[in-house]
Ligand binder design. Sequence first.
Ligand SMILES: [Zn+2]
Length: 269
Amino acid sequence: MRICLTFDVEEFTMPADYGIRKHNNETRFSKEGCIRLLEVLKKHKIMSTFFITGYFAEREREIVRMISEHGHEIASHSYSDRNLSGLRRQKLEKSVYDSKKILEKISKQEIRGFRSPHFSMNKHLFGVLEQSGFSYDSSVHPAIVPGHYWNINKGLDPYHAGENKKILEIPVSVIPGLRFPISWLWMRNFGNWISVAGTKANIMKRDVVLYFHPWEFADIPKIKGLPFYITSNTGSDFLKSIDKFIIKNKRHGFGRMDEIMDKGGSDRR
Ligand SMILES: [Zn+2]
């Protein structure tokens, strides 16, 4: 089994009370983070999957092209980084479909994967993904964190979903049993050991899917009104952490999400 590093490339929403209205929905932090990440991934010759919002792609076309030219998979993170759970089917269809078209046009890749913003679930999601020609989804986070996630009944392994069971759902990884998250702010605030331990606990049974946001690797200014753990240890500190993580886990191998997809979610025999 291997490890997939995945990146949710999106606008960074400044808190509404930050005062600079025009600076809401910044794309520059994710852009800066992407450029830094591409260097690290290139250094280690690792391929990854970037789930990108249509909003980001329309504003940062050059970055999307660059990610694609480096050989990484481009996937959809819907049109904007807004929660999808309350959307009516028609609006959801538009967000999913528009993002796919925008990303395909810019990257020249076929967009096969989807991850919903904030892991928000919508009862129409899998049906809409099937209808729009997607092959897999990675919007399930089977974690338990009181106040954030209570997905005690969600499976840890990939499974087929949708009206015609055409979508492979590939959940992101947690520590089995405890169901503690092992990606982004948890890795940033607790340290690499949590992701290393989580990888070790899963790797013999299933592929490991970690997720981050490129803005976590950018220099984010101090922002009033954001909890400290959202921006703590971001920038070059976190870039060093991910570099160390890759070195420590290189023996397992790293790959793109569509590679898990193409072996049917598992290479167990
Ligand atoms: Zn997001």
